[in-house]
Design a protein around this ligand. Structure first.
Ligand code: NAD
Length: 380
């Protein structure tokens, strides 16, 4: 039997005690974005509405433009109204931004700036990416089944600091020019993201791995010592180790099962999470969450706007639907409802339903039908 999330103990007129679900009210901002974004967010919204109805919650929805479509209509990839709606909400669900139409390297602005600005404005410093290949799709992975089976890693990537936000530029030399990007992290920036990862490890397998390049980079030496202090002082119950980023790149494809929660900086996390996204075999299945110390979290699939299939009705909506499960879990503390969605996705995959990206050339269904199947599983 399935139970909905937050419980209250009620006493009836006859004096008997009973448990009843508490209604959770939440304001959700939907940012469909570009390409397949609107198609996949529409399915995730249907799923959220179904869960809310089934569990007696009251979610209200606001939509806003972001990315390329916002550049077209408002001249900026993150209009003020969109940012204000996001600030005013409990959680944000994003599709994807970008596409060839806005790829001109000489353009004044780009769709991705909208997303980077949103993360920065809301101080979403911790990016959580669970990588757990679904048992029904193990053979979709380019790696052998015996390596991928049982993998369950949560990556926690620092998202608002490091080399992507350091000073950058070019300077003329006597001969040619040089370009530079500054990489820096402060003690508080490191400590807060390590705490998020350590808390997550406590709720999972109790193991935390910090990834750095401390044999070469001063920034990594500070990262390593701050991480060690945080764990020793606040999370001594965890099994903790450190791995160099180059070694981690190998371990991820040779023994990925050995990792539970992995915490790392912005650039290393960017690269390692893309590598890890190959473990489950399809981009269309991986969600992510970006969280700050307070305020709304941002939830999105890890894939892009897939312009090659936009408008065809064949995009896989499951990563976005799984992102909506993360939204319920992390922003609304509705763990049972999150599990309800994840179980529905598993049931649909178990039944053999596949969108084209995971069908391995076999029969496939479209975006809306995949949404229908998940909703039917939720209502079963
Ligand atoms: P992509 O992830 O959009 O697509 C890569 C391949 O995967 C394509 O063949 C695509 O059809 C397929 N694919 C992706 N998502 C799918 C889904 N849900 N269902 C089925 N197939 C799917 O990456 P790209 O082609 O390198 O980038 C396209 C655009 O997206 C670019 O403008 C890029 O900058 C942008 N992008 C945005 C984000 C984001 O919004 N967070 C992330 C990555 C890329």
């Amino acid at each position: 039997m399935f139970f909905c999330g937050i419980w209250a103990i009620l006493r009836s007129s006859t004096g008997e005690y009973a448990k009843a679900t508490q209604t959770v009210q939440a304001r959700l901002t939907l940012l469909p974005g570009d390409g397949i974004g609107p198609e996949i967010v529409a399915q995730a919204e249907r799923v959220l509405r179904t869960v809310a109805e089934r569990c007696g919650h009251e979610f209200s929805y606001t939509s806003g433009p972001i990315g390329g479509n916002a550049i077209d209509d408002f001249g900026t990839p993150l209009p003020d109204d969109t940012l204000a709606a996001c600030r005013d909400s409990d959680a944000i669900l994003l599709g994807a931004v970008g596409g060839p139409k806005w790829d001109d390297p000489n353009a004044k602005t780009r769709p991705e700036i909208g997303l980077l600005s949103l993360r920065k404005e809301l101080q979403l410093f911790a990016n959580l990416r669970p990588v757990a290949p679904r048992p029904q799709l193990l053979d979709a992975s380019p790696l052998k089944r015996e390596i991928v089976e049982g993998v369950d890693i949560l990556f926690v990537r620092e998202l608002t600091g490091g080399i992507y936000f350091g000073e950058s530029g070019r300077r003329e030399l006597d001969e040619g020019e040089e370009a530079y990007n500054e990489m820096k992290y402060s003690t508080p920036e490191i400590a807060r993201v390590v705490r998020v990862a350590a808390e997550a490890a406590r709720g999972r397998g109790g193991r935390l791995t910090s990834v750095d390049k401390a044999n070469v980079l001063e920034v990594s030496r500070l990262w390593r010592s701050v991480a060690a202090d945080v764990v020793a002082n606040e999370f001594s119950d965890l099994q903790y180790d450190v791995v160099l980023v180059d070694a981690m790149a190998m371990h991820l494809i040779s023994r990925p099962r050995d990792f539970d929660v992995v915490v790392t900086g912005n650039m290393f996390g960017d690269i390692l999470t893309d590598e890890a996204s190959m473990l489950p075999g399809s981009l269309g299945l991986l969600p992510s969450a970006s969280l700050g110390e307070s305020g709304p979290g941002l939830y999105e699939p890890i894939h892009g706007s897939a312009p090659d299939i936009a408008g065809k009705g064949i995009a896989n909506p499951l990563a976005t639907i799984l992102a909506s499960a993360m939204l319920l879990r992390h922003s609304l503390q509705l763990e049972d409802e999150a599990v309800l969605i994840e179980s529905a996705v598993d049931a649909v995959l178990e039944s053999g339903a596949r969108t084209a990206d995971i069908a391995a050339g076999g029969p496939s269904i479209g975006t809306a039908e995949m949404g229908d199947r998940v909703i039917a599983a939720l209502q079963a």
